[in-house]
Structures are given as C-alpha cells and as structure tokens.
Design a protein around this ligand. Structure first.
Ligand code: HEM
Length: 402
C-alpha cells in the first residue's frame, strides 16, 4: 500500500515543489487512488509519456468523468464529451495530424511577430495608470488584460463580449484542470463551454464572409467554403481560447512573482537587458503556470516498474520534470542565464503551439515592468482557484517606483 501524497490539496497548490521533490525521490510513478490516476514526477518518464503512442490523447470521456464526477451519467456530460473529443488536445493521429496542420497555419513565426504591436499596446495601456509610479495588481491589471487582449486580437473577438468571454473561459479551465470536483463548478463549466462555442461559431462564420488579417482567417485559408473546415476551425478556436487565456495570465504573474522573490536575479536582469530572452525560458522552467498534462493508457504498459492498466489516466507532472536534478543542475536555483528548454510547453506531437505567443506576452510584460526602477510586493496572496492545469497567484499587488 502506497502512502497518499496530497497532490490536490490547498497546500500543494500553494507550493507544489516540496511535494514534487518528495515524489521524485520516494515514488516517482505514483497512483493517486482518490482520482484513480497515475502521476509521473521524473523528467525522463514525463518525456517518454508525452511521446509514447501507447499513451493516448483520446481521453475526453475518461478525463471529464474523472474531473467532473457530479455530472457522471448525465446528458450534459455526454454533450460536453462529444464537443471536447474533437479538440486538438484530445486527438490521436491521423485526426490529430490533420487538425494540427490547420492550426499551425496560424502560428507561423511571422504571424506571431505580427501581433507584437498589439501585445505592446496592451501592456502600455495596462501600465498607463501607474506611469508616474504607483500600485498595480499584476494579475488583474496587467496579466489578465494582456492575455485577453492578445486572444481578442489574434481572433478578432468583439470587444463588447470580453467580460463574458473571460467568465466562460475561466469556468472551463477550472474544470479542465481538476479544480471542479464539486457540482457547481462542473455545471458552470458545462454551460460556459456551450456559450463560448456559440460565440466562436458566430465569429468564424462572419470571417468566412469577410476574411481579414486575423488568425481565424488564416486557419480557414482557401477552404472557407467547406462546411467541414468551418466546423473544424470553430472547434480548434474553442481549444485555443481554453488553452491560451488563463495559462498566459498565470504565467505572467508567476514570472513576476519569481523575480520578486529573487531580488538578486531581478537586479541582474535590470543591469543586463540582454538577459531577458534566456530569463523567460528560465522563468518558464522555474515557475510554470501549467503543472501537468495528461494521457490515457491505450494498452497495459510499465513505467518505472509500475504496471499501468489500459484505460487509466496518466498525468506527467511537467512542473516536476522542470525541477528534476537529473535534467537540470541545481534545479531549485533560479538562474536567469541558465539557458536550455523547459518542459513547460511539453515536447512531442502535442507540444504547445502557443509557446511563441506566450513567450512574446511574457517578454513585453516584463519589458514594460522593467522600465520602473523598483518593484515592491504589497500584501498577501493565495492560489485560490488553482488546478493541475492552471496555477497562479489569485492577486499580486506591487508598488512600482520610477
Ligand atoms: C504560458 C502559457 C502556456 C502554457 C504553460 C501552455 C502549456 C501547454 C501544455 C503543457 C500543453 C499540452 C501538451 C501535451 O499534452 O503534450 C499545451 C497544449 C496546447 N496549447 Fe498551450 N500553453 C500556454 C499558452 C498557450 C497559448 C497562448 C495558446 C494559443 C493561443 C495555446 C494553445 C495550445 C493548444 C492548441 C494545445 C493543444 C496542442 C495539441 O494537442 O496538439 N497554449 N499547452
């Protein structure tokens, strides 16, 4: 009988790293009985798992039933499974290969670079109120509007629907990341999921009629007359909104917090702005906003001497891979000049296509904040609402000095 490690506890989300270290050392392939799922804590196991075809992404049914137990057996859950099964993140080849190709049309380096101006403008606007110095909540007054503006910009989302868009996306992401074991969040996630889908469907149809220089038009390409492509694009936009909003907001906040907690590294960054690009990789490694990804065992397999049975869910803990001493020297030390790639965006066929966009947001947000000569953290914060998929401080008040 294995000891129980409190991997979904409040204490874990407040600071996951002591427990992740313990798991790596004591039980790197861990079966969490309450969730009925396996957790992988070592870098090599995580990397193997996200590349191994015996571990499938076609797991919408198993994941949603596990994460939303209160909806089991309901028509609502079935409808949601039907919708989510078609998202990129839930597909295996050959379907995944085709849908991923369509999505990647919109994520070329040039397409990402084209939104730099919008990202910068969003950062400028967020910081305008404190231009002469003052207090800012980095989560809600900087990271959140920037993450939202970027999605609105790349998809051409209408401005008057941003508040609803934010609410629906947040509800869905909470459930997707194992934060909705209770009835209310699960029900909210279901309702929000359908509303967001409706909004995106209307926008995609509008873009078919009037193509522009936005990402949806690029996804549609020359196939905008094909109803199957229109439907596919709507589904993958839904995927991207869910995957790209809360993750990016949390990532900006986690990066700023890590710098606040390491004043020597922050000072180093101030004196050498060329460090900014490697610093982003290191901040992504040290303080990732996404803790895990997940897969479903398509057949029985062994990992690290443990027998995983067909049909069981497996969570590679990417945040733990990032702190594995077998992969990184002194992994618990933040070293902005470290270099190298973190596991934060995963690797293999499903690696995050939004990585370059998230990096761009981080770069612009940090560059904006670094124009202030001092940052001083004010008050407390917690990790309310955090899940395995999305972790970030619930607020982060900072006094900026000029
Ligand atoms: C810092 C912010 C972000 C982090 C930490 C992050 C992390 C991840 C991770 C860990 C995965 C799963 C990979 C796997 O299972 O192997 C993923 C998938 C994905 N992400 Fe991101 N992501 C971020 C931002 C974004 C953004 C901004 C977008 C798009 C606008 C995006 C779009 C996607 C999509 C579409 C997938 C599914 C890819 C597939 O299954 O082929 N992500 N992301």
């Amino acid at each position: 009988m294995e000891p129980e490690y409190p991997i979904l506890s409040e204490a874990f989300f407040a600071d996951p790293y002591p427990l992740l270290r313990q798991l790596r050392e004591e039980c790197p392939v861990y079966y969490h009985a309450p969730l009925g799922a396996w957790f992988l804590a070592r870098h090599d196991h995580c990397e193997m798992a996200v590349r191994d075809r015996r571990l499938s992404n076609a797991r919408a049914r198993e994941l949603l039933s596990t994460l939303m137990p209160t909806l089991r057996g309901t028509g609502e859950l079935e409808a949601m499974i039907g919708q989510w099964s078609r998202l990129l993140w839930f597909l295996d080849p050959p379907k995944h290969t085709r849908s991923r190709g369509l999505v990647m049309r919109g994520f070329s380096a040039a397409a990402i670079e084209r939104v730099r101006g919008e990202v910068r403008a969003s950062v400028e606007q967020a910081l305008a109120n404190v231009a002469g110095g003052g207090e800012i909540d980095v989560v809600w007054q900087l990271a959140d509007p920037v993450a939202l503006d970027v999605l609105c910009a790349i998809f051409g989302l209408p401005h008057d629907q941003r508040a609803e868009f934010r609410r629906w996306t947040t509800d869905i992401m909470q459930a997707a990341g194992a934060g909705a074991m209770d009835e209310d969040p699960a029900m909210r996630a279901k309702e929000s999921s359908f509303k967001l889908f409706g909004l995106l469907s209307a926008i995609v149809h509008e873009r078919c009629a009037r193509p522009g220089d936005d990402m949806i038009s690029r996804f549609l390409g020359d196939e905008r007359g094909d109803p199957a492509v229109i439907e596919e694009v709507t589904i993958q936009c839904f995927q991207m909104v869910g995957a790209g909003y809360v993750t990016s907001r949390n990532q900006i906040a986690c990066a700023v917090l890590a710098l606040l907690e390491h004043p020597d590294e922050l000072a180093r960054l101030r004196t050498d702005p060329r460090l900014l690009v490697p610093a982003i990789e290191e901040l992504l490694r040290f303080a990732p906003s996404v803790l895990t990804t997940n897969r479903l065992a398509a057949e029985d397999l062994e990992i690290g001497g443990k027998q995983i049975r067909q049909g069981q869910l497996v969570f590679p803990i990417l945040a733990s891979a990032n702190r594995d001493p077998a992969a990184y020297v002194e992994p618990d030390r933040l070293d902005l000049a470290r270099g190298g790639r973190p596991m934060t965006f995963s690797v293999g066929p499903h690696y995050c296509p939004g990585g370059p966009l998230a990096r761009l947001e981080l770069e612009e947000a940090l560059a904006g904040l670094l124009r202030f000569s001092s940052w001083q953290q004010l008050g407390d914060f917690d990790y309310r609402g955090a899940s395995l998929q999305d972790r970030g401080p619930s607020q982060l008040r900072v006094q900026l000095g000029v």
